[in-house]
Design a protein around this ligand. Structure first.
Ligand code: MTE
Length: 313
């Protein structure tokens, strides 16, 4: 049973809705070990996107107070649904995430079109409490649910030429009215170096706060790359491409001096129009110091050991 314990003294009941917590306890009692529970189908999928009914507890925890679920689901950036913070909540509710498909292409041995359920296996889902630091100098602490990106990428068998992974969001201006305006180049695209994508922190997230991912937060599946500015954490992913060359990214195209490919959280490199030294945790009044790599230095600093992070911002 110890594998269900959280690493800090935050009890699961404090961060998981009571009903789910109770269900999970019941599940633990009846199944005993995770393996035997494979017989139970946790995919009680009401809307055919990823419904969450059980998951492994977090292995990484900031130990900080969580941002309220209300703040995290009402104050969003998702330009496909408008540029205002409450636009995604208002405009994303009709996004159809049924039968979601992801196209896998490029330098790998398993290209093709995958149903989301074929890539994300229910018993691989973990809860991870990560800070997300937006480039706009605010941040949140969110209990995400997802699968380590490394396990998905490995299953697609990248070739030795795969140096980067490029991701794209759905392109559908009818469903995503923000795409009718050219505020960014659509579809939204992002990319990571393959070792960044394979780092154990990188999450392919399908839920938060014990529930299926809300549309405004990037349903049915998004990245969470906690040591990078929030815009690297691309939402509503429909394409994964393994590439030899560094892929282009929407924000870098829109402002090459402001948004680099790496975009690691770095208090020493200011955005050209504002300082990155401090941040405001949503829901709190006072600002706090921003930490290098958003506080995940131990886990990721080795990825950039010989790089000048002012040049590669
Ligand atoms: N993904 C897409 N497709 N479109 C976007 O506009 N905004 C990014 C990122 N992912 C964005 C996106 C930015 S700027 C941030 S800060 C985070 O999503 C915000 O995630 P949240 O709304 O869940 O807090």
């Amino acid at each position: 049973m110890t594998q269900f314990k959280f690493k800090t003294d935050i009890a699961p009941s404090q961060i998981t809705p009571e009903s789910i917590y109770e269900k999970r306890r019941e599940f633990m009692i009846t199944s005993g070990v995770l393996g035997t529970a494979l017989l139970l189908n946790p995919w009680t999928s009401a809307r055919a996107s990823v419904a969450i009914s059980d998951y492994k507890p977090n292995v990484v925890n900031t130990g900080e107070a969580l941002t309220s679920e209300k703040d995290a689901t009402t104050y969003n950036n998702f330009y496909e649904f408008g540029t205002g913070k409450t636009d995604p909540l208002q405009n994303a509710q009709n996004l159809n995430t049924d039968d979601w498909k992801i196209t896998v292409s490029g330098e790998c041995d398993k290209p093709g079109e995958y149903a989301l359920e074929d890539l994300v296996k229910p018993f691989d889902i973990e809860e991870r409490i990560y800070r997300l630091r937006c480039v706009e100098a605010w941040s949140m602490v969110i209990p995400w649910l997802g699968v380590p990106m490394a396990s998905i990428l490995k299953s697609l068998q990248p070739t030795s030429k795969a140096k980067y992974v490029a991701f794209k969001t759905l392109l559908d201006p009818e469903q995503m009215p923000g795409q009718k305006r050219s505020v960014l180049q659509w579809p939204y695209e992002e990319g990571l170096r393959i070792d960044e994508a394979m780092n154990p922190l990188t999450l392919f997230a399908v839920g938060m706060y014990g529930k299926t991912m809300p549309n405004q937060n990037g349903a049915p599946v998004r990245l969470v790359v906690p040591w990078k500015y929030g815009f690297k954490s691309i939402k509503s992913i429909v394409s994964i491409e393994f590439t030899e060359e560094q892929p282009q990214t929407s924000w870098n195209i829109s402002g090459p001096n402001e948004y680099g490919f790496y975009s690691n959280v770095n208090p020493e490199v200011n955005h050209p129009r504002w300082s990155q030294k401090k941040e405001r945790r949503i829901g709190e009044i006072f600002k706090q110091k921003t930490r290098m790599f958003n506080g995940y230095e131990t886990e990721v600093a080795h990825l950039y050991k010989d790089m000048n992070l002012k040049t590669y911002f």
